[in-house]
Design a protein around this ligand. Structure first.
Ligand code: MG
Length: 210
């Protein structure tokens, strides 16, 4: 268990544009003549978010969990990677406070689709949209028109122990067995209570690995 109450994580990813593949960024399918080349669906934003989350709890990176050498992840829906990272932070007792992202690409323009993308990412992370920021930049002077880049920072905070914990201490002299049982059950399940993140169970069903 990590003792600190707040953690910060940084994620980065880049993918080259490629004709004839679908473009998916932040879980959002975007109508564009080119997509992003990659072993998975090439969703660089979800990859960078996954790395930021794993980094925040020192749990390695996306390659640790999903080696690109494994044919199982060919064309994978990147929400599978993201859900694993959400599970990792919840297992050590953390939840997301907010996330800030920068997407750098020549085309498509991010600003016109940023609101929809924020909504999608907020949904995937089970966050209020006000806690998700996505900014678009063009790669001025970088000669990177054929490349998409994502930078992400995420802040995490400890999931607080329930009030029952304090109540239990206060009642130590005159314990009510049923109440203590109930409180202990809550406390024992707390660090593993993934519903705190409102997360859905990761979908490892191969049907999703398109
Ligand atoms: Mg990637």
């Amino acid at each position: 268990m990590i003792a600190m109450s707040m953690r910060i994580g940084l994620g980065f990813d880049s993918h080259a544009f490629k004709a004839g593949v679908p473009l998916v960024i932040g879980g959002l399918h975007i109508d564009h003549p080119e997509g992003l080349a990659g072993h998975s669906d090439g969703d660089l934003l979800l990859h960078a978010i996954t790395d930021a989350l794993l980094g925040a709890v020192s749990a390695g990176d996306i390659g640790t969990f999903f080696p690109p050498t494994d044919p199982k992840w060919k064309g994978a829906d990147s929400t599978v990677f993201l859900n694993t990272a959400l599970e990792e932070i919840a297992l050590v007792g953390f939840k997301i406070v907010n996330i800030d992202c920068v997407l750098i690409m020549h085309r498509p323009k991010i600003v016109p689709i940023a609101a929809e993308m924020r909504e999608r990412v907020a949904d995937l992370l089970h966050l209020d949209i006000n806690n998700v920021s996505i900014k678009g930049k063009t790669p001025e002077g970088l000669s990177q028109d054929g490349t998409a880049v994502a930078h992400v920072v995420v802040l995490l905070e400890s999931i607080k122990l329930p009030d029952e914990h304090k109540k239990l201490s206060a009642q130590a002299d005159a314990p009510n067995e049923a109440e203590i049982d109930a409180a202990l059950t809550t406390i024992a399940s707390e660090p593993h209570d993934l519903s705190r993140l409102g997360r859905k169970l990761p979908t490892f069903d191969t049907d999703d690995l398109t």
